[in-house]
Write a protein that binds this ligand. Structure first.
Ligand code: GDP
Length: 178
């Protein structure tokens, strides 16, 4: 509402990247509207979602950007990343190629953003644990090797860790900036 926009202390832009189909749009809609869609609907252009989070007694407006990922690199025009304080690189724990491509997404991100951007690696779809092909410890080790600050596994379907993931990123940004 208008009131909500009037009353925040800081606004941070956070971008979501990763292969198409990994669940970016649903993570965003869970976070900003508490909605989930079973049918796949390719994101066209850019979508936004806002939600305020209280960190250390300050109201932070998280402005999350979501775009259609495709398989070409560089995949996303650089203005998408402009002003971003944080990024979620999302893969699907059941699809190895989406994890393999994290490296390309990370390179693209680091090519066009400042070094101090807060990055979280997100393994989504933990509700499909029986189909898992990426082990938690391997993803964690990869994140550590690549200097990715944060790692979390989520499910947009059953809401596991969704708030947690965005809150962690926003909290880390606040601690770096303010
Ligand atoms: P995007 O292309 O990365 O934005 O992916 P979407 O959010 O559009 O999701 C792609 C497909 O995966 C859709 O069919 C979603 O319903 C499904 N999906 C997204 N998140 C999850 C999840 O956490 N668990 C399961 N089982 N399916 C999911």
């Amino acid at each position: 509402s208008f009131q909500a926009y009037e009353s925040y202390d800081y606004m941070f832009k956070v971008v979501m990247i990763g292969d198409s189909g990994v669940g970016k749009t649903n993570l965003l809609s869970r976070f900003s509207k508490n909605e989930f869609r079973l049918e796949y609907r390719a994101t066209i252009g850019v979508e936004f979602g806002n939600r305020s989070i209280n960190v250390d007694g300050k109201i932070i407006m998280a402005q999350i950007w979501d775009t259609a990922g495709n398989q070409r690199y560089p995949a996303i025009p650089s203005p998408y990343y402009r002003g971003a304080a944080g990024a979620l690189i999302v893969y699907d724990i059941t699809r190895p190629e989406t994890f393999k491509n994290v490296e390309k997404w990370l390179k693209e991100l680091r090519d066009v953003t400042d070094n101090d951007i807060v990055v979280m690696l997100v393994g989504n779809k933990t509700d499909q644990n029986n189909l898992r092909s990426i082990r938690t410890k391997d993803a964690k080790a990869f994140a550590h090797r690549k200097n990715i600050n944060l790692f979390m596994e989520t499910s947009a379907l059953n809401m596991s860790n969704v708030m947690n993931a965005f809150t962690k990123v926003v909290t880390q940004i606040k601690h770096m900036m303010c």
